[in-house]
Design a protein around this ligand. Structure first.
Ligand code: GLY
Length: 353
């Protein structure tokens, strides 16, 4: 996999100019959603090269990360004469960077692209590491390719327009990166005040969090082994996310991952001796900042069933990444249904009631 430059910008316009200048693009196209069109595009348009670049805006929201929106981007590129030497800039959250990256990666068998994530979740996760794709047939990210953007430009001032819930949601992936990395990272990340959310204090945390993801992706870009560490919290988290949609009480992705991490830290403690003190510290942080999604034991079977459908599983066994301690990553862990139900009991007792 080609390497990807990830730049947390101090001077966004000059980094943008350098990134565009690195390309001998015949033409440049910008993809936004209806929010970033208004809130973020004006800054990009201050760049002279981009002033007249065609812009295509897709509808915001994960439900529009679909084949129809993808086809509309291909149509836009085709109608505007994009060639293999064009450049696509995606400007938005994970939905825009995933779909736009996939559109670019497939149009004329691959056009180069730059990701400019505008959400915290997108910056620390979706925009980095080359996963692109769309939802299909009711399944999230069912169709896509791994093909990294040439450059990922992060401008933290874009996060100022996010509401508190979306910031907290993005921070869940930062908590995850710290847990899979090191004591020192966890110490720093767990001390951040999620109630205040100071964007200046956030900046170095974003930098180190992305560096953790980049390090893991560089070792295993196609997720054969160690990249599975990035799925920590997501096996149970995706089940929480899906059941929240079924109950018509949709929760943001990061919230579901945070609650999933409580269950998977419990399993890590029970099966691999993950330290109880850190488990309880994580529970306290998550309870304070993410509240809870109320489930009862009547939901356990359905949650379990959702976990068995996770596409990360092998041979129908639920495939967990667990931790023997902070930074002690154990991929391909299987557990019994009884242990998973026990983890859900722990979640209910600690935050979920
Ligand atoms: N979002 C997890 C990964 O990029 O592998």
């Amino acid at each position: 996999m080609s390497t990807q430059a990830v730049i947390v910008c101090r001077d966004f316009l000059s980094e943008l100019q350098k990134s565009i200048g690195n390309h001998t693009a015949e033409s440049i196209f910008i993809l936004t959603d209806e929010n970033t069109y208004t809130l973020c595009l004006p800054l990009l348009k201050q760049n002279n090269t981009l002033a007249n670049s065609p812009v295509f805006s897709i509808r915001a929201g994960d439900s529009h990360k679909n084949i129809e929106a993808l086809a509309s981007v291909w149509q836009f590129l085709s109608d505007n004469g994009a060639t293999r030497k064009s450049l696509v800039i995606t400007l938005g959250g994970g939905m825009v960077t995933d779909l736009g990256g996939f559109a670019a990666s497939t149009f004329k068998r691959g056009v180069r692209y730059i990701n400019i994530p505008t959400t915290l979740l997108g910056a620390v996760d979706a925009a980095v590491g080359g996963k692109t794709g769309i939802n299909f047939n009711g399944l999230k990210n069912e169709v896509g390719v791994i093909n990294p953007a040439d450059t990922v430009l992060i401008e933290t001032s874009f996060f100022a327009s996010l509401d508190h819930q979306n910031l907290v949601s993005g921070y869940a992936e930062i908590l995850k990166h710290a847990l899979i990395d090191s004591d020192s990272e966890w110490e720093k990340v767990s001390a951040f005040n999620l109630q205040q959310f100071d964007l200046d204090n956030l900046r170095p945390i974003v930098e180190s969090s992305i560096a953790i993801k980049e390090k893991i992706v560089a070792l295993d870009p196609y997720e054969k082994n160690i990249r599975k560490a990035l799925n920590f919290g997501h096996t149970v988290g995706h089940a929480f996310e899906s059941i929240s949609y079924e109950k018509e009480q949709a929760v943001l992705h990061g919230y579901a991952v945070a609650w999933g991490m409580i269950c998977e830290l419990y399993l890590s403690h029970k099966l691999l001796g993950f330290p109880k003190a850190i488990l309880l510290q994580a529970v306290r942080i998550i309870k304070e900042s993410y509240g809870s999604f109320v489930i009862s034991c009547n939901d356990y079977e359905r949650l379990y069933e959702l976990m068995t459908h996770d596409k990360k599983n092998d041979n129908k066994e639920i495939n967990f990444t667990l931790l023997g301690g902070i930074g002690d990553i154990r991929t391909n862990q299987n557990t019994s249904q009884k242990e998973i139900f026990e983890a859900l009991d722990f979640y209910c007792d600690s935050v979920g009631l």
